[in-house]
Unconditional design. Sequence first.
Length: 253
Amino acid sequence: MKLADKVALITGAGSGIGRGSALLFAREGARIAAADIDEQSAAQTVDLIESQGGRAMAIRADVSSPDDAQAMVEAAARRFGTIDILYNNAAIEGPICFAAQISVAQFDHVIGVNLRGTWLGMKYALPIMMANRSGAILNVSSLAGLRATPGGAVYCASKFGVIALTQAVAIEYGKYNIRANCIVPGWIETPMVHRLFGATLPPSSATAPPLRRIGQPQDVARAALFLASEDANYITGTVFPVDGGINAGDRGP
Ligand code: NAP
């Protein structure tokens, strides 16, 4: 097992990529603190983990709230003794409109959840990892964090920022044997993508990836497992696409 005896705190663990990763990490031996703004969905993830023989706890937390983020980290560390892996996955897609149409409240909400939430998780987990002189941080960006898309200004800004934060932490905390890497999902079939596209998922459109299928949460979970595990113990500060090849360039005919 690749994560035997590790403790992983995963945000947004009640849905999509977060739930898929929580289930895989648990099968690989990790104890999971499954955090989500929706306590019921986090509890369902815990039930699924326990039904496959794993150990997990559910935490209700709005990652954009400093109090919630601190309490989330403390609850996980209290229950399981430490935090070895912090997986900042929770995010919202925000409004789909041009920049001038975004309201101040929408802007602050998206930046609050996606960017400040990612930073807050690290702010409170890093001291634990520094004391351990060991830790693995995974932050989730997006292809929208590499290249702007029309209608996605604030989501793009938040996801570009996640990459910057990840790399800053990687260079600041490497001396404590703490690694920080950024996962860049392409189109992954989750409730978020269904909210954005309805039934018309991206493979049926011009945005179909070179591998000609939409990704599944498991595809991201397996990459995250690698980056969180000892197999990646000399890898930090990277931006790691899991996108079926979209970022490589325009696909062939
Ligand atoms: P998802 O299915 O919507 O899951 C996100 C989870 O985060 C949901 O359970 C959501 O709860 C929770 N959440 C939302 N706001 C939160 C908050 N303030 N505090 C704590 N939890 C919160 O989305 P997903 O597709 O799995 O996305 C996971 C990550 O991948 C995100 O960072 C997303 O930006 C990134 N990503 C996804 C894709 C894709 O194609 N799916 C592509 C690129 C990047 P509610 O459902 O109750 O809101």
